[in-house]
Design a protein around this ligand. Structure first.
Ligand code: CP
Length: 319
């Protein structure tokens, strides 16, 4: 059995560190990321980017499909003057011939300055980080973590509501297999927020997350219906029902029950947010997209690139 090292706390020092789990960050670390992200955003809007990572190379190792994470990391690297090994997925690499994860990591680490890895199995990205000294960023590992997603979700909440504490945050949908929920719940736990998990009984949030919140004395509740909590919600974080992980029968049972539509919007506060890590399938009706509270296809998406620019420059020691 492989023994995994615990991810190192950041403690204000990002250079050379792996970014694997949301619990690596303190409030101070998050403030640093937010400040650097503001600078990245300004630079992109003013002149398209900054020449901070010239001659640096990023290897994106995606063992699972991705649109946003792959593209925003690639765009972030390029907007900082660095380059990206052109590998949209691992299907065209020697992984298809049976090359092991260990060998694959060692090979790509020898060509690059930073690895961004997504893997369908929880723990595999941590394992990859253990076998190379090149910094590894977790771009999503199975039902485990998606820390950079949570960082830009939190940045977007702060940008929109001007605070990250004292909020009622509702996670809505199938939660147990949705890694952004795990990571964002951990970041929200750094501040005084109240969390409500609304899910079908088959999609409850993981016990590990409940234990994490309990250990930190964070106020939370679990329920199957949204009616009683929607009126007091500041952030409604909607999740995709992951069809690929369940039987047809279970999918049919859940499908359509955890949906955001105009009727639900009428019950929400005027000053609140609807977020989704995307891809969205049918859990948010398209009639909701133009509502000013809907930010999932707007600031939430573009902030992913700005936050990832800040992280790449921090980890590579250039800011
Ligand atoms: N939010 C997110 O991780 O999207 P992708 O799966 O498209 O990267």
């Amino acid at each position: 059995m492989t023994t995994l090292s615990s991810p190192q706390k950041i403690n204000g020092k990002f250079k050379g560190k792996d970014i694997l789990d949301a619990n690596q960050f303190s409030k101070r670390d998050i403030k640093i990321i937010f400040d650097k992200t503001d600078k990245m955003k300004k630079a992109v809007l003013k002149k398209g980017g900054l020449k901070l990572l010239e001659h640096k190379v990023l290897a994106p190792l995606f063992f699972e499909p991705s649109s946003r994470t792959f593209s925003s990391f690639s765009a972030a690297m390029q907007r900082l003057g660095g380059s990206v090994i052109p590998l949209p997925n691992m299907a065209n690499t020697s992984v298809a011939k049976g090359e092991s994860l260990e060998d694959t990591i060692k090979v790509f680490a020898s060509y690059s300055d930073i690895l961004v890895i997504r893997h369908p199995e929880q723990g595999k990205v941590l394992h990859a980080a253990d076998i190379t000294s090149v910094p590894v960023i977790n771009a999503g590992d199975g039902i485990g973590e998606h820390p950079t997603q949570a960082l830009y979700d939190l940045y977007t909440i702060n940008e929109s509501l001007k605070k990250v504490s004292g909020l009622n945050v509702v996670f809505f949908g199938e939660l147990g297999r949705y890694r952004p929920v795990n990571s964002l719940a951990k970041l929200l736990a750094l501040y005084k927020n109240k969390i409500t998990f609304v899910s079908p009984p088959q999609g409850k949030v993981q016990t590990a997350i409940i234990d994490y919140l309990k250990a930190r004395d964070i106020e939370f509740s679990e329920t199957e219906t949204i009616d009683k909590v929607i009126g007091n919600c500041d952030v409604l974080y909607v999740t995709r029902v992951k069809k690929e992980f369940m039987s047809e029968a279970l999918y049919k049972k859940i499908q359509g029950k955890y949906v955001v539509n105009k009727k639900l919007l009428q019950k929400m506060k005027k000053k609140s947010l609807i977020m989704h890590a995307l891809p969205r399938i049918d859990e948010i009706a398209t009639e909701v997209d133009d509502d000013p509270r809907s930010i999932y296809l707007k600031s939430q998406v573009i902030n992913g690139m700005y936050v990832r620019m800040a992280l790449l420059a921090l980890v590579l020691g250039k800011i």
